[in-house]
Design a protein around this ligand. Structure first.
Ligand SMILES: Cc1cc2nc3c(=O)[nH]c(=O)nc-3n(C[C@H](O)[C@H](O)[C@H](O)COP(=O)(O)OP(=O)(O)OC[C@H]3O[C@@H](n4cnc5c(N)ncnc54)[C@H](O)[C@@H]3O)c2cc1C
Length: 404
């Protein structure tokens, strides 16, 4: 296994690190102030457009995109450390046009989109002019099993008619969200894995509405997470992404890289939490000595460092496998790292919050928001149990002959 970054990746790592130091971190307070002053927690603050211009001028743009025609063309292994840096300072992902859910949407548009679909949607997304959302999860069915989905996509002449009730659609509260990529049932009589299709729904199409945003532990920010309705929404038949009945396969293709990006960013979050924990431990002195001199705090710091190193190696292995044997060949490692990274981030951030005392759960520090995000990683893109089930089944298969 060769986990050595390429020369290009090393250069980009240094450049991204310098951009974060000189522009992103200093802009964090201004970002918060501009959103607060607007009175709208989903406001897109001007400082973000400034950051985007700067990132682009520095060549730090669309780094996630594996297709050279459309972006940086980096391998997963080369992108991993960049994505980790983005996790440390969350504004970086949007500033460099590498934010979810657009990244996954752009990847499937690049892979499965027709030239017309790419002109209409992929190009403005790559330019950072618009944003998009991914509408799969539904309120009334257990959506961790996509074969349960009930939304309908029905052919009517040269159109499709979409009737869907979705929730947890991230990014849909942003006024810049112009496109939903929606998964629904188009072929109800086919086998469970060929019933769904994926369709491009312009977000301003008649019949599309956002009924509410769903705060996460009371936090409701950025593009929001929304409950959305699609009532008799008519879109041209040419809006179908890929083939009719091919939606499940496209969703699977989208999830591979998406999952590992979440994991890389989670490791970045854990690194930032450890950094903050160490700084705070040196500064605060309850009972006459710095917290850093307390064995229990040292234990938390040491465990955090050990766990981060372990998780990073597993992420790198998964990335290397994706590059060498493909996403399918790497599926067990992707499943494993999805569980490990969520656990790592929640554990390390939780330890940091404890060392911070009351400040840790306030919004004066990034730890509370990071914890909220890390906790959701146990659920999004498949809950932990589904990934563990996949791994356990593979292990058990070797011993099937022992069953009575
Ligand atoms: C902050 C956030 C953002 C999100 N963004 C998006 C988005 O942009 N687009 C989108 O479509 N969705 C999004 N989701 C939805 C997310 O992907 C789903 O919540 C997730 O897939 C689980 O589906 P569900 O909520 O229907 O849970 P269910 O399917 O009802 O599962 C409930 C629980 O059952 C358990 N479970 C499930 N399967 C098994 C099993 N095999 N063995 C044992 N236990 C099991 C797990 O504990 C699971 O948490 C988001 C969710 C959150 C919280």
């Amino acid at each position: 296994m060769n986990l050595e970054p390429s020369a290009t990746a090393e250069k980009l790592q240094n450049e991204l690190g310098a951009f974060i130091e000189s522009h992103v971190r200093p802009a964090e307070a201004r970002y918060r102030d501009e959103v607060a002053a607007s009175g709208d927690s989903h406001f897109h603050p001007p400082v973000m457009e400034k950051l985007k211009r700067e990132a682009r001028a520095r060549g730090l743009w669309n780094l996630f995109m594996p297709h050279e025609r459309w972006g940086a063309g980096l391998s997963n292994l080369d992108y991993a450390p960049l994505c980790e840096l983005m996790g440390r300072d969350p504004l970086t992902a949007e500033a460099t046009n590498c934010a979810a859910p657009d990244t996954g949407n752009m990847e499937i548009l690049a892979t499965f989109g027709t030239p017309e679909q790419q002109d209409q949607w992929l190009v403005p997304l790559l330019e950072g002019e618009i944003r998009s959302c991914f509408a799969m999860t539904e309120p009334w069915v257990a959506s961790s099993d996509a074969t349960n989905l009930q939304s309908r996509i029905e052919r009517d002449g040269d159109h499709y008619v979409v009737n869907a009730h979705k929730w947890w659609t991230s990014g849909a509260a942003s006024e810049r969200c112009k496109l939903a990529i929606l998964l629904g049932v188009s072929n109800p009589d086919a086998d469970p894995y060929h019933r769904q299709s994926m369709i491009l729904v312009p977000f301003d199409a008649p019949g599309v509405s956002v009924t509410r945003t769903l705060p996460v532990f009371g936090h409701d920010a950025g593009g929001g997470h929304c409950e959305t309705l699609y009532e008799d929404v008519r879109v041209p038949a040419s809006n179908l992404l890929g083939e009719e009945g091919g939606g499940f396969a496209i969703a699977q293709a989208r999830l591979g890289p998406g999952r590992i990006h979440h994991c890389m960013r989670a490791i970045g979050m854990a690194e930032r939490a450890l950094e903050l924990m160490c700084q705070r431990a040196q500064q605060r002195t309850p009972f006459g000595k710095p917290l850093a001199d307390q064995g229990v705090v040292q234990e938390r710091i040491a465990e955090s460092r050990i766990e981060i190193e372990q998780a990073r190696l597993l992420v790198m292995k998964a990335a290397w496998l994706m590059d060498t044997v493909g996403n399918k060949g790497a599926r067990f490692e992707i499943a494993a790292i999805k569980v490990v990274a969520a656990r790592l981030a929640t554990t390390v951030i939780d330890r940091a919050i404890q060392v911070f005392g009351g400040a840790g759960v306030s919004d004066d520090w990034p730890l509370a928001a990071m914890y909220v995000h890390a906790r959701t990683l146990h659920l999004v893109d498949g809950p932990d149990e589904v990934h563990k089930q996949q791994i356990a089944r593979r292990e058990l298969r070797q011993y099937e002959h022992l069953r009575p």
